[in-house]
Design a protein. Structure first.
Length: 350
């Protein structure tokens, strides 16, 4: 028995080498398809880019970037309803289309159809167990459902298949921040993610926001500026950058970024809130009141009513009674809404 052990160990080692060689060979074969897909994406030739990314994933299902880029192309090429119809038709034609199942799960997740999303990711993994991106997407859905342990398990499983999945590292970072408040570990994970995919505006935005929450405003501005350069029409990124500018004392630059955000989406509540705070810090109470009023009307959130009252009273020099009056006024509105909600008849069951 002892004599056979070296032979057995040698067989295991040779098997590991063979698997690693096969993976390297597949990655080498996938590289030309991915490079062609990237070129087509940059040229806005989306149907051809989709075909090239799919070819990449057929060769290397665990490719670290192809699924992310494919999602981006679908977002640019199709309206959500069109993409949903296209992908549902694809899985109806071929039940083993792991690429379409994964993308379909993402769309279900955006619609907050969590059970459908998880089922779609499961179908993707049944068809192709090395579809690591489907595991990552499963993890993000579980994070939305606050099932942190399950999310981390999914992310770790994905990273065992493909250690270079940036969104897998980011997912673990989000999980440890949400579940344990471990910002330092979250920062390490997000830095690893951005290192792996430095052109991903969503990851840069999250890194910037995490830095903001840690009061590291210089780092926040650096990450968010790069995110804004990559995705200048994203109002959330512009608003987050503005909030970081404001905290750093660069109020005029903050206002400029908020105006960019509102030019894209005039009803973006967080940008209206940021604008109100910026104007209030400058003593421009009339402008602050208008921004808070718009935020309140848009969101129906009593916090914005409280801020509106605060700015109004400050503009009238009533700072000494400000907090008490504002608190009582907002509390009255909340109580009224609660009472009205209780008096409302229960919805009938169809």
């Amino acid at each position: 028995m002892r004599r056979s052990r070296p032979t057995w160990m040698l067989g295991v080692l040779l098997g590991i080498v063979a698997v690693a060689h096969a993976s390297a060979d597949r990655e080498e074969r996938a590289t030309p398809s991915f490079e062609r897909a990237e070129s087509l994406r940059r040229a806005a030739k989306f149907p051809d880019a989709i075909a090239a990314y799919r070819q990449t994933l057929q060769i290397l299902p665990e490719h670290p970037l192809a699924f992310d880029r494919l999602r981006e192309v679908y977002n640019r090429a199709f309206a959500p309803v069109e993409a949903l119809a296209d992908l549902e038709a694809a899985v109806a034609r071929r039940q083993d289309d792991f690429i379409a199942w994964n993308l379909l799960g993402v769309l279900y997740g955006r619609e907050r159809r969590w059970d459908h999303a998880l089922a779609a990711f499961g179908r993707s993994l049944e068809a192709e167990p090395r579809a690591a991106d489907a595991l990552v997407n499963r993890g993000w859905v579980l994070l939305e459902l606050r099932r942190h342990d399950g999310a981390v398990t999914a992310f770790e499983a994905a990273l065992r298949i493909q250690p270079r999945l940036a969104r897998g590292h980011a997912g673990i970072g989000s999980a440890v921040v949400e579940a344990r408040g471990d910002y330092e570990e979250g920062m390490k994970r997000y830095l690893a993610a951005v290192t792996l995919d430095p052109e991903n505006s969503a990851l840069l935005n999250d890194l910037g926001w995490l830095s903001y929450k840690m009061n590291r405003y210089t780092e926040a501005m650096a990450a968010l500026r790069k995110a804004a350069e990559l995705d200048p029409q994203n109002p959330m990124i512009q608003t987050n950058l503005a909030l970081a500018y404001h905290k750093a004392g660069r109020v005029e630059e903050a206002i400029g970024r908020l105006e960019r955000a509102l030019a894209v989406n005039p009803e973006y509540t967080l940008a209206l809130y940021g604008l109100g705070k910026a104007y209030e810090s400058q003593g421009k109470y009339a402008e602050a009141i208008e921004a808070y009023r718009r935020a309140w009307r848009q969101s129906g959130n009593d916090l914005y009513l409280l801020l509106w009252i605060q700015a109004y009273m400050a503009s009238h020099g009533q700072a000494t009674t400000l907090f008490l009056f504002a608190f009582l006024a907002a509390g009255g509105v909340i109580a009224f809404r609660t009472f009205r909600g209780r008096r409302a008849p229960a919805p009938s069951k169809g």
